[in-house]
Write a protein of this length. Structure first.
Length: 193
């Protein structure tokens, strides 16, 4: 593709496309980044209450008994809701441009990516589009899974390792693959005493 073709296809000067984020949003994220780098990220792994406290200072709603690892990246804490006894593991990326609502007793395993934003590829300036993610009680997002904007995981649902899931996932469904497809229903075994 030569330079003339590029100009015909992309007539917009991307340098003139304004950010859709407000000044308040940008200032809040800058302040959060400073706190994240100095007070959140360097903490020992067992300081879950301290990290929860910092997230709450920035507007997150964090339940009791939660475990949030220090390497977990939270883009905008004010868009995060984390239910009681849920866990966000190592190197999880919560790109919460929109709301991320995580229920009770949920596990989000290492390297998972919860992404609430994308771009409109039909827009000449690739307009930012967002949609919330909701994860039901007792669900599990396995290692390296990608959860797309607008996804709802039902109660007890499982998204397999390295899977890419979007849309609505029924309660107790086990999903795997790229794109994730239904594998089976999750059966909870009664443990013997």
């Amino acid at each position: 593709m030569n330079e003339c073709d590029r100009e015909t296809l992309f007539p917009i000067d991307v340098a003139r496309c304004p950010s859709s984020h407000s000044f308040t949003n940008k200032a809040g994220r800058l302040l959060w980044f400073c706190v994240y780098v100095t007070l959140y990220r360097p903490t020992p792994r067992l300081f879950h209450r301290w990290r929860s406290f910092l997230l709450k200072l920035f507007g997150a709603k964090v339940g009791k008994g939660t475990k949030i690892m220090p390497s977990a990246r939270i883009w905008a804490p004010w868009n995060l809701v984390l239910g009681d006894y849920s866990c966000i593991s190592h190197d999880v990326d919560c790109y919460c441009v929109d709301r991320i609502i995580i229920g009770k007793h949920v596990t989000v395993s290492q390297y998972a990516f919860l992404c609430t934003a994308s771009h409109d590829i039909c827009s000449t300036n690739m307009q930012l589009i967002t949609s919330p993610i909701e994860i039901g009680d007792g669900a599990w997002v396995c290692a390296g899974a990608f959860v797309s904007p607008g996804t709802t995981l039902g109660i007890g649902a499982v998204v397999g390792a390295r899977s890419v899931v979007r849309g609505r996932v029924e309660p107790w469904a086990v999903m795997a693959g790229n794109p994730a497809t239904f594998v089976k229903r999750r059966q909870i075994r009664q443990e013997k005493d």
